[in-house]
Design a binder for this molecule. Structure first.
Ligand SMILES: Nc1ncnc2c1ncn2[C@@H]1O[C@H](COP(=O)(O)OP(=O)(O)OP(=O)(O)O)[C@@H](O)[C@H]1O
Length: 260
């Protein structure tokens, strides 16, 4: 993302934001209410038109939606709820994640069911596959939405406030799921109010203030400055597998990043 500006209504909500995320990075987007975090991730996903600047995903301009390999991207939006009154089981919600690809009906049948079960298993909910999502707790619903995003095996997972409104045990379970994904080389971009349980999952913290990037650096430094329990924020570590994918690019000129 290079010099990206977004206007919503009459407001300049993102103001010349430069951000590049490399393959396998785990980045938190932090900032006060209204600072533009959700707008930023939605812009990365091409959901808001740019007033100026450029956003690329895997080297493709998101303004040209059809050129972007969306199957490599998973998105967990801010939780409305997995159910929203829809009478669907957890398995059905997860399977619906297969419908948004370029070939929406290619994953029907037993193979789709198997993949959905695998994704539910990855979030520890395979045993709830047949349960209606209305009966799940907030934390379980959030995990179903993550499974829905995982079902296409994305290389980049974008999560908007995954910890909001769920209890501590669920937050810890989510942290463990995200840590495991990070360790598998999945690139994580996570909107957070505070790092909390994700302190050890996040490596890099980008702080937004009024639509601009106020700081961008190692999460451990931010956590230390805020007295958070950030003493072990996963330094880059040789035991982690190299990422299999060619570059993820949400753009610009940060040294060591993927591609502009
Ligand atoms: N569709 C829209 N039309 C007009 N203004 C909008 C729209 N969506 C967001 N905004 C405004 O843009 C600003 C940034 O909103 P955004 O949701 O990106 O912030 P945020 O940092 O994610 O906030 P929060 O932490 O409260 O979720 C806010 O002032 C918001 O009112």
């Amino acid at each position: 993302m290079r010099e990206a500006s977004v206007v919503l209504g009459a407001d300049l909500v993102l103001d010349r934001v430069d951000l590049q995320v490399g393959p396998g990075e785990s980045v938190a987007l932090l900032g006060a209410n209204g600072s533009g975090k959700s707008t930023l991730v939605r812009t990365i996903l091409g959901l808001h038109p740019l007033r100026s600047g450029r956003v690329r995903l895997f080297g493709h301009d998101v303004a040209r939606r059809r050129s972007v390999p969306w199957g490599r991207v998973g998105y967990v939006p801010q939780r409305v709820s997995a159910s929203s009154g829809v009478p669907a089981t957890a398995l059905e919600v997860v399977r619906s994640g297969l419908l948004s690809g370029a070939r929406p009906f290619a994953d029907r049948g037993a193979r789709a069911r198997r993949r959905a079960l695998e994704a539910l298993n990855a979030v520890g909910l395979a045993h709830r596959a047949g349960d209606h999502v209305q009966v799940l707790s907030g934390g379980q619903s959030q995990r179903v939405l993550i499974a829905r995003a995982l079902v296409r095996d994305p290389e980049l997972l974008v999560l908007d406030e995954p910890l909001a409104g769920i209890d501590r045990a669920s937050r810890e379970a989510l942290a463990s799921i995200l840590r495991s994904l990070r360790d598998q080389g999945v690139t994580l971009v996570t909107v957070l109010h505070e790092m909390g349980e994700l302190t050890e999952v996040v490596e890099r913290a980008v702080v937004l203030d009024d639509g601009r990037i106020a700081s961008d650096g190692p999460a451990v430094e931010l956590a230390a400055a805020h007295g958070d329990h950030g003493h072990d924020a996963h330094p880059h570590d040789a035991s982690r597998p190299a990422h299999h994918a060619p570059a993820l690019t949400t753009s610009t000129n940060r040294p060591g990043g993927a591609r502009p």
